[in-house]
Design a protein around this ligand. Structure first.
Ligand SMILES: [Zn+2]
Length: 289
């Protein structure tokens, strides 16, 4: 285990938090952890699952923070609402609570990315930027590519705090909003142009990647995948291979070799024609885009 890479301790006004005990390089797995308990939308089932925990795990569970103490909710439900992480980005229903990972506080400018692996049944925390010893390890509780107003609204409603990260600070929020809005526009334009103007689509991929480099919130692998797919689709296999390599490297930094898609991306790096859309479009020269 990497127990020596972090420590969990009290943080002023934030309960407890996780801190780096050494310099951590981008792409490092800070911690991987099995859930203390799986939870879902069925309250009765959640209560039963908590009741069935071992004495030690029950103690860990009830030691977690609860921001819903003023509501007339059972303590268990308050703790779940405060600490549960969804199982994967697409999951609306299933979630899990962790002894350590649930202690990680929020920032819209996070230094780690969390991801669930359904094969190993563990949650992984990867450093998406270099972290210096003593810094707090912070993940994002909300979709990072949203505007300040949307993020603040979700954080207030679900977690009852006002984020004061650098992207929420009045001085920089406007510029950040413009950046995330443009990244989302690029995303839409990539879909729009992928079938009609692949050169334009690749330009949008590059623009989004450059903007993501500026704000460093992760999420680059998705765009690298677009770059790969478009090149493979229009039979630019040499370029597709370069994009697949970039995708693999980016993904490794964001979700590690334990990530869901790693094997699939590795296969594309070995043979770009392995993609189902490979060669589907009539050849378009995408060199120099
Ligand atoms: Zn913020």
């Amino acid at each position: 285990m990497n127990e020596n890479m972090y420590i969990v301790r009290d943080v002023l006004d934030k309960g407890r938090g996780m801190f780096a005990t050494q310099d951590i390089k981008r792409g490092t797995c800070v911690i991987s952890e099995s859930p203390l308990v799986f939870v879902g939308s069925n309250i009765l089932k959640n209560l039963q699952a908590i009741n069935a925990l071992s004495k030690k795990n029950k103690k860990s569970f009830f030691a977690l923070s609860n921001i819903y103490t003023d509501d007339e909710l059972p303590q268990e439900i308050g703790i779940i609402k405060t600490n549960a992480l969804p199982l994967g980005k697409e999951s609306n229903e299933a979630a899990a609570v962790y002894r350590v990972i649930s202690r990680i506080n929020h920032s819209c400018a996070p230094n780690v990315q969390h991801s669930w692996n359904s094969i190993t049944q563990m949650e992984y925390i990867y450093a998406i930027k270099d972290i210096t010893a003593g810094s707090e390890i912070l993940t994002t509780y909300v979709a990072p590519l949203t505007t300040r107003e949307a993020r603040q609204k979700t954080l207030k409603k679900s977690f009852r705090f006002t984020c004061q990260c650098r992207f929420c600070a009045a001085a920089s929020s406007e510029e950040h909003d413009a950046t995330v809005t443009r990244i989302n526009e690029c995303s839409d334009l990539i879909v729009k142009f992928a079938s009609s103007n692949p050169r334009k689509a690749i330009q949008c991929v590059r623009e989004a990647l450059a903007l993501l480099d500026k704000i460093e919130v992760g999420g680059k692998a998705t765009f690298c995948y677009d770059g790969f797919q478009i090149n493979a689709m229009y039979s630019n296999y040499k370029l597709a291979k370069e994009w697949a390599d970039l995708l693999l490297e980016t993904y490794r930094f964001e979700e590690g070799e334990t990530g869901h898609e790693y094997g699939r991306y590795l296969a594309y790096s070995i043979d770009a024609k392995a993609h189902e859309y490979a060669g589907r479009g009539r050849y378009v020269d995408l060199r120099g885009v």
